[in-house]
Ligand binder design. Sequence first.
Ligand SMILES: [Zn+2]
Length: 327
Amino acid sequence: MEVNSIIGNDSALAAVSAMIDGGRTPHSLVIYGEKGLGKKTLAAYIAAKLLCRSPANTPCGVCKSCRAVFGGGHPDFIRVIPSLKSGAYKLEDLRQVVSDCAVAPNESSVKVYLIADMDKTPLGSQNALLKLIEEPPDHAVIIMTACARECFLPTVLSRVISVGMVPVSRSQCERYLVETLHKSPEQAHTAAEAMGGNIGRCEEFLNGGRLAAAAETAISVAAAISSGSEYELLRAFWSCDGDREQALLVLKLLREILRDAAVIRLGDRNDLLGCSQKCAEALAESLSGRKLAALVGIPERYISAINGNANLTLCLSAVCADIKSIV
Ligand SMILES: [Zn+2]
């Protein structure tokens, strides 16, 4: 991770930088936005800006401090680790942050805590942070990240500065993939086409693995919906093969394709999010606006059910049945 690895999100970056440069460093922040948009990168950037030893133009990206922040080894940039396997923080994890905050920084004048990915943390545990984020010690900066702003207690949100991250434009994304990640222009184009301006997801997509496989399945499902082939629909979902995480990913990507189709149907092509514009267009052409609107709600319903531990096989069969009843 480097200083120049934040692209897009100019307004988020400018707002935070202006606060720090103007001597109004926010001591409690929430950075939110979908996975892959650079929330943790922005948090590291803020930490580097506060801990950088360069007299001007912070973060310089080259001093010992900056390198330690971006390399993950600065003693005053503390990445809090959740103790639960699920990735959720226990009450005790957050209480430890509170007590550690009372201790002076190790080698600088500031201590920055990153409590990342708080989506799964129970609301009750967040209570442990209330007093701290309301009146943090002068030397402490607490940065929390999550996909959804709604996962925080209202009492937390009312005490922090919230920063929302958004996908960058496809062309910005492609340029970054080519110039910084050294992908070929063709690879960059395919990834940006599939994952929109979400750089983290593009990177994951190009590295193969789950996301690429899920995108392929979601595209097969969408194609089966346009062609009305029930067999292809079932076959596509079977490829999830009892893997809950994979099924969730497929449903999320399918939700975006269906949403794009509904948006295209309304005559708007400027704001597409999904992994296949081609599939969204085919759906918009083959189905009425009313049918598309009904379809959009299906993945959401089963994402909640699967998250709530419903039987995966039954859920996927029900998804197919629901889709069939509409198209
Ligand atoms: Zn520096």
